[in-house]
Design a protein around this ligand. Sequence first.
Ligand SMILES: Nc1nc2c(ncn2[C@@H]2O[C@H](COP(=O)(O)OP(=O)(O)OP(=O)(O)O)[C@@H](O)[C@H]2O)c(=O)[nH]1
Ligand SMILES: [Mg+2]
Length: 405
Amino acid sequence: MRVKIGLIGKTNTGKTTFFNSATLQSAEISTYPFTTKTPNLGIAHVVTLCVHKEFGVKDNPQNSICDDGWRFIPIELIDLPGLIRGAWMGKGLGNQFLSVAAQSDALIHVVDASGSVDAEGRICEPGTGDPVADIGDIEEELVMWYMKLILTNQDRIERDLKRNMDLPTIINNFMQGVGVTKEHVAVALEKSGLAEKDFRNWSEEELKNFTWTLRDVSKPTLIVANKMDLPYAEENFERIREAYSDMIVIPTSAEAELTLRRAEQKGYIKYIPGEERFRVIDSSKMTDRQKWALNFIRKSILSKYLHTGVQFALNVAVFKLLRMSAVYPVYDPKSLTDKNGNVLPDVHLMPYGATIADLAREVHTELAKGLLYGIDCRDGLRLPITYKLKDRDVISLVSASSKKK
Ligand SMILES: Nc1nc2c(ncn2[C@@H]2O[C@H](COP(=O)(O)OP(=O)(O)OP(=O)(O)O)[C@@H](O)[C@H]2O)c(=O)[nH]1
Ligand SMILES: [Mg+2]
């Protein structure tokens, strides 16, 4: 299963620009509020240093791409319609929003760090809007949506409590669709100090506190401070970092990334997403404006932040926030090939704590059935199927059927 990342945030903050730059799609971008009406889905990639150099082999990637030593692993990116304060009451897309957002494993909350979106979501002069307040508003929206779900099911909760069902099961029954598991509920109850208190006696404050925690636990989120190329962005970025010190905040310029990726597509430059430099290949077809834009990006974004932040944000979402590992399953532990002789063909993103048995299931159900053990291709060590995978592990999966040969 592909990892899914959802882009959420106030309208006009640059979600679709981020999405297009990461997926090379052409979804509509505009200065009007609420441009995106229905979610856009696309394939983006996360990048990790490929292991082929370390092993001294040349690879033939199948499920991913290797470019100049970097392995690009596909993930799914979802660009969601913009939100605004009060959206949960029915402004904008309503409940449909939550169910789509809920399909994601993690969320990237895009904010306009330059403060050039006003309270109604219209584009205004940089420095006018308040990104710190914007983040709070959107977070509040998400919590209100969760709250609405709980409140509309209050009778059902009380009825099921009388039947001696436990709260995690009851809540999971009607919040499964938005990705809330029993474990999420149990952790949220514990964290908000309500595990021992009867739901029927919760105060409004306690309910809100629980809902807030549940949203946090069930949907890991990082903040992207976008439009760093505009005035006021730097000082706002510092304010955001201070106000949300318990979250990861990444500065980006989605527009710069989009310009670079489009220039690369047209063959004007060589640019590897996430890198701090690009190389001009053919400037003859570029307009003066394009040349100016590339110069601006080099001087004002790349030399300062070392990257545009888009690729970095995706990597951080997958490898730090979700703590996933990139693991290479192979058939032959010596040649590092699959059965067709492809060297280091596939790399899989595995959730934190996943084992060799989980990896085998990802690769093939048949393989998982007869699985005997794994071999660590770095040192030839035989590993039990309960071994917890590490990032950049290269594992040969040995099953009963493969051993017979
Ligand atoms: N300067 C600057 N402008 C940006 C950046 N990213 C997006 N924009 C501009 O911000 C405006 C809104 O961009 P969109 O990508 O449509 O924003 P959105 O968040 O998808 O908006 P909705 O779909 O309405 O929610 C457009 O004019 C973009 O060109 C950036 O990094 N820097
Ligand atoms: Mg959009």
